[in-house]
Design a protein around this ligand. Structure first.
Ligand SMILES: CC(C)(COP(=O)(O)OP(=O)(O)OC[C@H]1O[C@@H](n2cnc3c(N)ncnc32)[C@H](O)[C@@H]1OP(=O)(O)O)[C@@H](O)C(=O)NCCC(=O)NCCS
Length: 144
């Protein structure tokens, strides 16, 4: 049985391996300063950060991090789902689906007009999930 709940300060030790696994998946190497800032902003909800964790009997198995932000097309807020990760051991039991549904609940609570996220074209497991909880748009992402 997997439970979804907001992240809290006592989760730091259990959250770190999930954060590391997620960053390794993207070959990203955050500095300690970035990791520290991310965790604390997720816990205190500052800068629009919002974090959920998935917990089973053995501890934390997944995370979802979102950022609520203002936008020019609304007087309200939009929700960017930035990070989603489930440990290899925790996969295939519905944890990621529950994490997304948890973000939806919070986004609805805050009246977010849009919830959006990115993934890589070839991330088949993630896209299979996303196709069942949302829809792909025709936008492509640019950056410099
Ligand atoms: C993608 C990821 C979050 C899925 O986590 P999960 O907890 O195993 O997913 P769930 O058990 O909630 O599965 C939900 C749906 O995802 C899809 N899915 C999950 N794993 C899959 C796989 N290996 N192959 C195909 N589809 C898969 C299925 O549609 C599944 O629905 P179903 O159970 O009704 O068939 C997980 O594999 C992961 O963390 N991957 C590495 C990081 C990553 O890709 N994050 C997303 C970046 S945008």
């Amino acid at each position: 049985m997997t439970a979804i709940r907001p992240i809290r300060a006592e989760d730091q030790a259990a959250w770190l391996p999930l954060w590391s696994g997620y960053n390794a998946f993207y070959r990203n190497e955050p500095t300690e300063e970035v990791t520290h800032a991310a965790f604390h902003r997720l816990c205190d909800g500052s800068d629009g950060f919002f974090g959920l964790v998935a917990e089973d009997g053995g501890g934390l198995v997944g995370l979802a991090h979102a950022v609520f932000h203002p936008a020019t097309w609304t007087t309200g807020t939009y929700c960017y789902l930035e990070d989603l990760y489930v440990s290899k051991e925790g996969r295939g039991t519905g944890a990621a689906r529950q994490l997304i549904e948890g973000v939806y609940v919070e986004a609805d609570r805050r009246g977010a007009g849009r919830i959006y996220w990115h993934t890589q074209q070839y991330n088949a497991p993630a896209r299979s999930l996303y196709d069942s909880v949302g829809h792909a748009t025709s936008f492509v992402v640019y950056e410099r």
